[in-house]
Design a protein. Structure first.
Length: 80
């Protein structure tokens, strides 16, 4: 699975065109499209009773930073 940094809506449109080329004649439906940028994005291909789909998984850079650094403020010296 590839992860890509998408900085703008224009870059996202290029990413979508790349997915269209990758899956060729299947023309899967995109699900869970992002609405704000910048973000980190990846996808998985699903083929079920509803047909072929590409489920997009994404996280904003702000939420990614919070996830990686934790939500707590650093403790002051002498506190635990």
């Amino acid at each position: 699975m590839d992860f890509q940094l998408i900085a703008s809506e224009q870059e996202y449109m290029e990413f979508k065109r790349g997915l269209d080329k990758r899956f060729g004649m299947l023309s899967p439906k995109l699900r869970n499209e992002p609405t704000s940028f910048p973000l980190v994005i990846t996808y998985c291909f699903i083929n079920d009773l509803n047909g072929a789909s590409i489920y997009l998984k994404h996280i904003s850079l702000d939420n990614l930073k919070k996830m990686l650094t934790g939500h707590q403020k650093p403790a002051k010296m002498g506190e635990q």
